[in-house]
Design a protein around this ligand. Structure first.
Ligand SMILES: *[C@@H]1O[C@H](CO)[C@@H](O)[C@H](O)[C@H]1NC(C)=O
Ligand SMILES: [Ca+2]
Length: 841
């Protein structure tokens, strides 16, 4: 490769650090450069000049080498953009080999040098710049500038570069300028993402795509979809559209390593990797049902991707199209009610966009606006919403707000709403409803919250924060089955003694029989001295004072310690599949292909699960009837469900495999798409000690007639070891279609609800002493009335690290965890050995 043509002209090839810079700065395709014709007369002249320059450079470099290298100055790269207002874009500027490109690039470079020379800091450490691209508007230039900075000076240079725009203004206003010079506007630069300068890159790719009307472009990571993306590679895709168009980038697959430090994709609203124009950084796996789609503010976009040496995944693929630039958004909204959304909702809104809505309802009424979705969080957002925001009633709202919690009402029949997005980071935006209300009675026949929400009057003083601002839970007289908090709140009794301060003043955690300070509470409730923790002796009697010790492996085995394959025990609690090898033989990290989901796009409604969120959820259909029970996938061929699901009744022999059809990868009942796999059963193993009166030992196993292949939609959940601890107070998930065996399914889309594990002692007293050690109780966390989600037999999924473990099987009653009534689940840990014995899993 010829550095003279393609990169920084003064750059030596020997220094590893610099080589990286050259590669990154490389302005065009190598192949084109190699194909160039031999030198003519002018060429020879240029050659001589270059030779002279090289000699001068080498001299300079030697000086540099001995002077600067010694001090280990650091390279600092900045990406920048500027608008040149006294030039017109011509087609040749798209081609960096054209003489027109080179001529303008040269002018930009020399002007940059002049600009930087106005700052003493910048001029001292400036090395050089390369122009990367031009685009329309008059002409917009994209460039990289390199500095070599003594250690400790980086921040000072960053600051100077951040205000480089003022240097330009100063220059243009006060200095005599030659008439040929470029008039510059909006000069912006920011330091390059340091991961893009990694020394370990061994390959660089640069692609470009100019999309047209009626033409679908496509970009994808190398090798997609047949092989994983290459290691140690930096890639960039430069996307252009025609003037007055925006680029729409629609990912259909995004499947990268989960850690953005190692592999990542970044999308920019620019043609150079300018951090102040970054729209989104992505890694991991995105749900293919609701994949991200971005729209640029202008007619260019840049996608970069960097990979490290290991864990290469399939990569990404995205469609590139152009859409006409929408000059306006917002508008006039009239009538009794209506809806409006941010641009492109539920896809990502474009950066640098502002919309204004004027809402008008009939005279005499007032306007009430409710935001049903509000997703506008972004890195670097401030409390006073200095980045993206919505302004309503002279109030700025930003960040991420729970559904239906942002509500505003006007005093008149008019209201205005403004949406604003700044230059960097975009999100999905908002959807909102407006309605005309009667100011004298804004909540007819309902309770009016302080935040103007209207809720069912029965929800007042029931212990749940239904308003969202607690205004329905103050000044209450608590019911007998509620905790009366000292501060006047009422809380469901089952939050007593679970280690979480629900009252806010600790009332619910008083008199829980805890130990004194300086004492350790054993799992069996005994109190022992702190000092006995990890002293090698079992002081508690159940071994719980010898858990989570500094010396983890090779401790004496108790009922609470994890037993490795080699029969040695470790004191760490829940060591299995936590991605740290704790056993000497590594057996705690074996069989860990379980419990992981694709990254959720977090857009689908409150209680609806998202596709791929719970890929182990199985729907059990009774033949000729439909869905009646849930189950969990634990291996390619085995399911766990509830024993009471497989009991015969007078009409159907549910205990027989032939009575069932099994649906895996199902999200919406009756919608059997390409992700869904149907299986029949080979056998059903019901727990022999299942008691149909007490629901004790309510667990059963099902074997599929043939194994399933795992996919994004079908994956097993992790089975906990017998010693796995699911602490009281932990949040876990229940899922299902809300079915009862009598009534068929209640919901078509898989529902989810967050529940919290309830103290067994408290639960047992609430449930009249019916709770055995093989049952565990959990209560719904959110206050929704329709929080009845679980199906009998379905999973109680407990998150741990990046995985989910099967904590329980939905057992009692209709399987719903109702408000003020705990749900009862079969404790899976108690049946771990039985599952292993019957299935080998
Ligand atoms: C459960 O509550 C009882 C008191 O009702 C208390 O003694 C016990 O420590 C609590 N258990 C846990 C695990 O917090
Ligand atoms: Ca509590």
């Amino acid at each position: 490769m010829d550095y003279m043509d393609s990169g920084l002209k003064y750059t030596p090839g020997k220094d590893k650090d610099w080589e990286t810079g050259v590669q990154f700065l490389q302005a065009s395709d190598n192949r084109k450069l190699e194909k160039k014709k031999g030198p003519g007369k002018i060429g020879i002249l240029i050659g001589v000049l270059i030779l002279a320059a090289v000699i001068a450079l080498i001299t300079g470099l030697l000086v540099w080498h001995f002077h600067f290298r010694k001090n280990a100055w650091v390279k600092r790269m900045y990406a920048g953009t500027m608008q040149i207002t006294n030039q017109q874009f011509i087609k040749a500027y798209e081609n960096s080999d054209s003489s027109e490109f080179k001529a303008l690039a040269k002018q930009v470079k020399s002007q940059l040098k002049v600009i930087y020379s106005r700052s003493p800091e910048l001029s001292k450490y400036y090395v050089d710049s390369t122009v990367q691209d031009f685009s329309e508007g008059s002409v917009i230039a994209y460039y990289l500038s390199e500095f070599r900075v003594p250690p400790g000076k980086e921040a000072a240079i960053d600051n100077a570069m951040a205000s480089v725009g003022t240097l330009v203004d100063k220059g243009q206003r006060f200095m005599q300028m030659p008439s040929s010079s470029l008039i510059l506007k909006d000069v912006v630069s920011s330091v390059l993402d340091s991961r893009m300068l990694s020394r370990s890159f061994s390959n660089y790719y640069r692609f470009s795509e100019h999309t047209k009307t009626n033409y679908n472009g496509q970009i994808q990571s190398p090798g997609f979809p047949n092989s994983p993306y290459p290691p140690n590679t930096f890639m960039q895709w430069q996307l252009r559209a025609d003037p007055n168009n925006n680029i729409k980038l629609e990912f259909d697959t995004m499947d990268l390593e989960g850690n953005c430090k190692n592999d990542f994709v970044k999308v920019y609203d620019s043609l150079v990797a300018l951090e102040s124009r970054v729209m989104k950084e992505m890694c991991g796996q995105y749900s293919p049902i609701d994949p991200p789609t971005f729209v640029s503010s202008g007619n260019v976009m840049l996608v970069t991707m960097a990979t490290d040496d290991e864990n290469n995944y399939p990569g990404f693929r995205a469609k590139v199209t152009q859409v006409q630039h929408a000059t306006t958004c917002g508008g006039q909204l009239k009538g009794e009610r209506g809806t409006f959304t941010s641009p492109n909702f539920p896809n990502y809104y474009p950066p640098q966009t502002s919309c204004h809505w004027s809402i008008e309802v009939p005279t005499g009424k007032a306007v009430k606006v409710t935001f049903t979705k509000f997703l506008m969080s972004e890195p670097g957002q401030t409390k006073d919403c200095r980045k993206d925001y919505v302004e309503i009633n002279n109030k700025k709202v930003c960040g991420e707000q729970p559904d239906q919690t942002v509500v505003e009402t006007s005093n008149t029949n008019k209201m205005s709403v403004t949406f604003f997005s700044d230059a960097s980071y975009v999100n999905r935006g908002f959807s909102a409803e407006f309605e005309a209300i009667d100011l004298k009675d804004p909540c007819p026949n309902q309770f009016q919250c302080r935040n103007m929400h209207c809720i069912n009057s029965a929800l007042k003083c029931d212990g749940w924060n239904d308003c969202g601002d607690m205004s329905d839970e103050i000044n209450c007289n608590c019911k007998a089955d509620d905790i009366s908090c000292k501060n006047g709140l009422c809380k469901p009794m089952f939050w007593r003694c679970d280690g979480i301060n629900d009252c806010g003043d600790g009332t619910d955690e008083l008199n829980c029989g805890g130990c004194k300070s300086g004492e350790l509470t054993c799992q069996n409730g005994k109190c022992v001295s702190d000092k006995t923790h990890c002293d090698g002796r079992d002081d508690c009697g159940d071994g719980s004072d010898e858990l989570n010790c500094p010396k983890s492996s090779g401790v004496s085995c108790t009922d609470l310690t994890f037993r490795c394959k080699n029969n040695k025990c470790i004191s760490k609690v829940n060591p299995e599949c936590d991605e740290i090898s704790d056993c000497d033989d590594g057996s705690d990290e074996e069989n860990c292909d379980c419990g992981k989901t694709v990254k959720s796009a977090r857009i689908v409604g409150g209680q609806d699960a998202e596709v791929g969120d719970f890929p182990w959820q199985v729907s059990l259909h009774a033949k000729n009837f439909g869905h009646v029970c849930g189950a969990s996938l634990i291996s390619p061929q085995w399911l766990v469900t509830a024993a009471h699901c497989v009991q015969d009744d007078s009409k159907t022999r549910y205990s027989q495999p032939g009575a069932w059809e099994v649906y895996l990868g199902l999200h919406t009942q009756r919608k059997i798409d390409g992700h869904v796999v149907k299986r029949n059963l080979k056998q059903i193993i019901c727990h022999p000690n299942y008691n149909e009166h007490t629901y004790d030992n309510d667990i059963a196993l099902m074997e599929l007639d043939s194994p399933v292949t795992y996919s994004n939609f079908i994956k097993p959940i992790c089975l906990p070891s017998a010693q796995h601890d699911f602490p009281v107070g932990n949040s876990v998930w229940i899922t299902g279609w809300g079915a009862t065996r009598e009534g068929g399914f209640a919901a078509t889309v898989l529902q989810k609800a967050e529940v919290r594990i309830i103290n067994g002692t408290v639960c047992n007293s609430l449930m009249g002493g019916q709770i055995t050690s093989r049952m565990l109780c959990a209560g719904v966390l959110s206050g929704g009335v329709d929080a009845c989600q679980g199906d009998s037999g379905g999973p109680l999924s407990s998150p741990a690290g990046s995985r989910m473990f099967l904590a329980g099987v939905v057992s009692w009653g209709d399987g719903c965890a109702r408000r003020n009534k705990p749900g009862i689940y079969t404790t899976v840990t108690k049946f771990r050995a039985w599952i292993k014995e019957k299935t080998g899993v």
